[in-house]
Ligand binder design. Sequence first.
Ligand SMILES: [Zn+2]
Length: 90
Amino acid sequence: MTGKHARKKSNGMKDCCFCKGRVSEQKVKVDFRWGHKLKIIENVPAAVCQQCGETYFQSEVYKTMQKLAASRKKPAARLTVDVHRFRQAV
Ligand SMILES: [Zn+2]
């Protein structure tokens, strides 16, 4: 995944603005970074480029994710995440 972009327009999602690939509506799992916390949000409606995998979110969807990430409500599930620091294998 190369990045996430919020888009204002909710309709007229036809092709990817990077590679012009076909974009289709999908439910995705998002690794959402909030401060230094990592939240994983599942079932997020997004438009995903079938060619390069770029993911586009509608701005309302993005706002909802931010709200979810900021909320103190008990999450649906909790995972432990291993963090690795990149190191060139010699
Ligand atoms: Zn693309």
